[in-house]
Design a protein around this ligand. Structure first.
Ligand SMILES: Nc1nc2c(c(=O)[nH]1)N[C@H]1C(S)=C(S)[C@@H](COP(=O)(O)OP(=O)(O)OC[C@H]3O[C@@H](n4cnc5c(N)ncnc54)[C@H](O)[C@@H]3O)O[C@H]1N2
Ligand code: MOO
Ligand SMILES: [Mg+2]
Length: 397
């Protein structure tokens, strides 16, 4: 099944997320907004000065003016006396009757009067009321993942709490008799390897603001795998496994998902990550990522991440895709859409994608030392210099 078709099918199964109201702004970073926020005030609340200087009528600027009041930020000014200027500071409200601000560098004092050395136009250096947000307008829409700057914007309209979706609880299990947890100074016995997927997947989930349930390591054994899946289905909103999803008789994931629920998808035209599985265990969504670490990473980012974000109530999960020049060639068309790990290099006015030397799905350093995934569609060949689309890793993980 092609990647886009598989993703659409998975997204169709994303459950609705429950909302929580009254969450303090300081606790909401990374959460998904559950309701639109509407501004109840104009931001800024009044016309104010963008400069330290003098507020006046532009028409009065050609003659010396007396300074009739002083307006620091945080004060309420008097209307401007006709034919005068007001000393004003950045952020201070513009007095009624003034229509321009002249920065102090363009003014001088002469015989107790203010002389303007510029020819100001009405509106100069004035930040109009509501220029950032107008009262009644939508500040942020439901479905938005809150970024640090969003918290600032919400605070600017006086919102101290927001409605968000409750963070999903996602269980992570690693399968494989060969796996041992990393331990400083520990030696591996023959055939063993350290469990790298668990740390990577848990961190990817935490990066999405989700709560991780650590399901540990499962042996390559059908009944033990099934028992763990069934237990986790009762605790988690979604189960994610890695490994044991391919075709060998040591791969038990698929059979257990089929026994305990349904397997909706298996085997995609994606490289790396072909044996990805999706289904439900006792009604709980289940995603079986392939064991190879790079396959696990890529399928998490391209399929699990959008599914989880949609389940979390998010309205956007698209990675940032940009066209760049290929610094490599692909001579033989593939039967799976390939996501090559590439680093981006500036060359004159454009970016060139350099392919990481080893693209094996077991080589996780290919992900660590790359900036993006270059997409090579099924059946496509690429010549050096061709435009290829790359997905920025920073927008995926
Ligand atoms: N006869 C076939 N064999 C394989 C096929 C195929 O179509 N026919 N597909 C290959 C592809 S492509 C992939 S991808 C892998 C996926 O296999 P599994 O999901 O069954 O994963 P495992 O066999 O359990 O492990 C694969 C590989 O990854 C290592 N691994 C597993 N878990 C972890 C972990 N938590 N941390 C680090 N490394 C892990 C494991 O030791 C294996 O080396 O199947 C191919 N085979
Ligand atoms: O589809 Mo697999 O991830 O190539 O080794
Ligand atoms: Mg296997």
């Amino acid at each position: 099944m092609p990647v886009t078709e598989a993703l659409a099918a998975m997204l169709g199964h994303a459950p609705a997320a429950p909302a929580v109201r009254g969450v303090a702004l300081g606790e909401a970073l990374g959460a998904i907004l559950a309701e639109d926020v509407v501004a109840t005030i104009d931001v800024p609340a009044q016309d104010n000065s963008a400069m330290d200087g003098y507020a006046l009528r532009a028409a009065d600027a050609s003659r010396p003016l007396s300074v009739s009041q002083r307006i620091p930020a945080g004060t309420a000014p008097e209307p401007l006396a006709p034919g005068t200027a007001a000393r004003i500071f950045t952020g201070a409200p513009i007095p009624a009757g003034a229509d321009t601000v002249v920065m102090q560098e363009d003014c001088r004092e002469e015989g107790g009067q203010l002389v303007i050395e510029a020819t100001p136009a009405p509106g100069d250096h004035i930040r109009p009321r509501g220029q950032d947000l107008a009262a009644g307008s939508t500040v942020l829409r439901a479905g938005r993942r809150l970024k640090p700057q969003d918290l600032g914007l919400l605070a600017s309209v006086g919102a101290a709490s927001v409605a968000i979706y409750r963070p999903l609880k996602v269980a992570v299990v690693s399968t494989g008799d060969e796996l041992v947890e990393p331990e400083d100074g520990a030696a591996l016995r023959p055939g063993q390897l350290f469990n790298s997927n668990r740390y990577m997947l848990a961190a990817l989930l935490e990066g999405l603001g989700m709560q991780v349930i650590d399901g540990g390591i499962l042996p390559d054994d059908g009944p033990a795998t099934g028992a763990a899946f069934e237990r986790l289905a009762g605790e988690a909103d979604c189960i994610i496994s890695s490994g044991g999803v391919s075709v060998g008789e040591e791969d038990h994931v698929r059979a257990q998902v089929e026994r305990l629920g349904e397997l909706t998808l298996w085997r995609l035209a994606i490289k790396p990550g072909k044996p990805l599985a999706f289904g439900h265990v006792r009604g709980t969504p289940f995603i079986g990522l392939p064991g190879n670490p790079t396959s696990s990473f890529v399928t998490f980012c391209l399929l699990a991440r959008p599914f989880l974000l949609k389940s979390q109530g998010a309205s956007d999960w698209e990675p940032l895709a940009i066209p760049v020049r290929a610094g490599f060639s692909v001579a033989r068309p593939g039967t799976r859409q390939d996501y090559l790990r590439v680093s981006l290099e500036r060359q004159g006015d454009s970016l060139v994608a350099r392919r990481f030397a080893n693209q094996s799905s077991g080589v996780l350093s290919s992900v660590c030392f790359s900036d993006a995934l270059a997409v090579v569609p099924v059946g496509a060949t690429v010549c050096e210099g061709d435009l290829v689309e790359v997905l920025l890793l920073d927008s995926l993980a």
